[in-house]
Design a protein around this ligand. Structure first.
Ligand code: PLP
Length: 469
């Protein structure tokens, strides 16, 4: 991989921002997602104004290493002028036109063909959406439609997992299994059943990893027996569970889960919104890492490196044969979005993929990823670090009160927030999620970046431990 992480910027000087005035507008009018409003108004917010390579900068001029790739998405790194240029070129030539009926545009067609080339061999058809939630939402509708068309209208239930994260549209939020995400919200419970997540760190006492895998597969079999395969449409899973705690399943888990699903005509959906586009060292992890052949793969985030919203559902030839056949005279596939196959988004994604390939970024992840894992694991010498887990550029540190019992610190200790704040003070942004700290960087980190990051985290954990005494 080339080590250059920045490209020439457009020449215009960016306008000077009035941070105070912006904060007032923000506080009074912007409803932030996933935000604790009990502290938001007092704490204020960090205004991120600039970004470049592996760095972001705030309105006060503080520069930080981005340890979360924006939100698991800026895979090629920040400030790629060539993506901006590709978007500008498309926007000035033809910014938008419908893709309904027989209309299309060049970037949408090119990108669909490119995705078919990159995906496992049988996934050759692309349904575009606007992000991860809409990709998952659209997928469930398509799966239901598919079984209706096959004359199996009872196959409706989707099997998901506790602690899964699949988004926040109504249906995606219902697939999501992180209980606190749905506090005081409603969910479509008649459509979804949650199985246990695969959490090797907190697996039942005395169970080996292999026995734990047997246990989880048996739970799937029991659930199918209970609900009836005739009532179950699909199983959806992230290859590595992300927001739920970067949980890596025991060896062979996904393959065995898929085999059970196949035996019962239950579709296997891989939510690769985070794991796709290089985070685990491959464009798609399902086949390359986990040896599964999903019927559907969903992606977003790294698809456009977050430069513009875009999601995609990659569908097998077998499903497409049914979905792509007219169902009745005058009937159409009545689903899609105004922005399905948006030309500017697709142009950005094409350029993003070109960069990933040209700079051999998957190879960088395969080279630097194991080093990141190894170096982060050295932090387990700290008192609160109970587990360091994940794979390649998708990592997590779990804080505990007691390593032997794995007991958690009280919620009020806000340990994840403390560690993240100490890191940020030292020039690194990582993500706190409850008692967890997530590291999911741009895929252009080098070994030198890893060394700097681990040195900062070392100090951050020392300071946090001291502050908890
Ligand atoms: N699926 C997974 C695995 C995710 O991690 C996310 C977001 O973090 C989503 C779906 C939802 O994507 P979006 O926020 O683009 O709707």
């Amino acid at each position: 991989m080339t080590t250059t992480t920045t490209t020439a910027r457009p020449t215009a000087t960016p306008p000077v921002l009035d941070a105070q005035a912006l904060w007032q507008k923000d506080r009074d009018h912007f409803i932030h997602p996933f935000t604790d409003f009990s502290v938001f108004h007092e704490q204020g917010c960090d205004l991120i104004t600039d970004s470049d390579g592996i760095y972001v900068q705030d309105a006060k001029g503080n520069r930080f290493i981005d340890g979360i790739a924006g939100l698991w998405c800026v895979n090629v790194g920040h400030g790629r002028a060539e993506i901006g240029q590709a978007m500008a070129d498309q926007a000035t030539r033809m910014a938008y036109f419908s893709t309904f009926n027989n209309l299309s545009n060049a970037p949408a067609a090119e990108l669909a063909a490119k995705l078919a080339e990159l995906a496992p061999a049988h996934l050759n058809h692309v349904f575009y959406s606007c992000g991860g939630s809409t990709a998952n939402d659209a997928t469930v509708r398509l799966v239901h439609y598919y079984f209706n068309r096959l004359g199996k209208p009872n196959k409706k239930r989707i099997l998901s997992r506790n602690n899964a994260y699949h988004g926040t549209t109504y249906l995606a939020a219902s697939l999501t299994g992180i209980a606190s995400n749905n506090w005081d919200f409603d969910t479509l419970d008649h459509l979804v059943t949650h199985l246990d997540e695969a959490n090797c760190y907190r697996r039942p006492e005395g169970m080996s990893e292999a026995e734990y895998c047997d246990h989880l597969v048996a739970e799937l079999e029991d659930t199918i027996a209970e609900i009836g395969a005739d009532n179950i449409a699909a199983f959806i899973a992230e290859p590595i569970m992300g927001a739920g705690g970067v949980l890596v399943a025991p060896a062979g888990y996904h393959k065995r889960m898929q085999a059970v699903c196949r035996a019962h005509e239950i579709l296997f959906i891989a939510d690769e919104v985070v794991t796709g586009f290089g985070r685990l060292g491959h464009f798609f992890a399902s086949e390359a890492v986990f040896e599964t052949q999903p019927d559907i793969i969903n992606c977003a985030k790294g698809l456009s490196s977050g430069y513009v919203p875009l999601g995609a559902t990659l569908i097998s030839d077998e499903l497409y044969e049914v979905l792509g056949t007219p169902q009745r005279k005058g009937g159409v596939l009545s689903t899609g979005f105004t922005y399905s196959g948006h030309p500017v988004s697709c142009a950005a994604a094409l350029k993003n993929i070109e960069i990933l390939e040209r700079e051999r970024i998957c190879e960088n992840v395969r080279e630097v990823g194991p080093y990141l894992e190894q170096q982060l694991k050295t932090l387990s010498r700290h008192e609160t670090v109970g587990d360091v887990r994940g794979s390649h550029f998708m990592m997590c540190l779990e804080n505990v009160a007691d390593k032997a019992t794995k007991e958690l610190l009280p919620v009020e200790a806000r340990v994840g927030d403390r560690v993240a704040a100490e890191a940020q003070r030292r020039g690194l942004i990582i993500r706190p999620v409850g008692h967890l700290n997530i590291v999911s960087p741009p895929l252009i980190w080098t070994r030198e970046t890893v060394d700097r990051v681990v040195a900062i985290l070392d100090e951050a954990f020392t300071a946090t431990t001291a502050s908890l005494r």
